[in-house]
Ligand binder design. Sequence first.
Ligand code: PMP
Length: 354
Amino acid sequence: MATFPQLQGDLGVLDGYHSAQVDVDVRLNTNESPFPPPPAFRTALAEAVATLPLHRYPDRSCHALRADLARLHSVRPDQVFVANGSNEVLQCLLLAYGGPGRTAALFEPTYAMHGTIARMTRTTLAEGQRADDLSLPLAEVRRVLGQESPAVTFLCSPNNPTGRSEPQEVVEEVLAIAPGLVVVDEAYAQFAPWSAVALVADDVPLVVTRTYSKTWSMAGVRLGYLIGPAEVVAALWDKAALPYHVDALKQVAGRLALRFTDEMEDRVALLVVERERVTAGLARLPVDTWPSDANFLLFRPRHRDGAEVWAGLVDRSVLVRDCSSWPRLEGCLRVTIGTPAENDAFLAALEDVL
Ligand code: PMP
């Protein structure tokens, strides 16, 4: 009988990061855009793909896409690294700067993949805690960074799943005291009042990660990138990424999307209006909520078990994220802002359940 080897490190005991994929009418559980990209983008993409030399490997360094992204962010192309979703960007970062004998710091509750990728890459995890109002106390940052000397410190702004963005003073202070690389995950950047991209420079140990999965309405394409010092970007291309890891179709899609920036900004504006409407709707129900700078809202039913409320919503064909068993988020659920009709359906279903 063949015997299979055990999984390496902690992988055998790790829970994967999965959102339930349940067949419902209203899916508000993964913070995607509820709107597809514009029809003109689809047409342009189909035309561009029709003439791609698919028998050849793609441009390994994504020159054209990086040049376009550099223009968008007023940086240089050698300050842009691209990968298959920002999760892969984060994985490349920890392959390069984490690993055995190194520590990565994060502040719970935050995006679960930061910890998961640390564990996958056998990076030691140092977990600090946010305050009761879920803000990030600098005293706690100083304590964790002072004690653990992390090679990588993760911030997430706006933070998933709490929705808050970090004030610029906080990011600057973390940068001033961090002993290693600071990663600011800005998956929801276009909803935030400011961006840490403005702080990126070749002599500053800061990288900012971005994704096409949310505001660009391209979660199905799997494309993400980071803006950072040229030295870090070069290390990621040369040492952490596999050869030709970003395929030719994706490179084209990423470039064409940038021609539709106005449409993207219109979608963001509409989602912000809807977010405020959903916030007002939740305020009329027996739930606690937290302020959000993103396209989702964290809430906690006051007198009901969170998992029970989640199941009640599924019974009414509405799927939200069940965070009720996550650290520090007992009883909490997270709802993604959808189309106006989806948001109405969510509010009506929640009122019914409660
Ligand atoms: N960072 C944060 C904070 C996220 O919420 C997500 C998506 N859930 C990601 C990164 C990963 O996005 P991508 O689809 O680009 O891998």
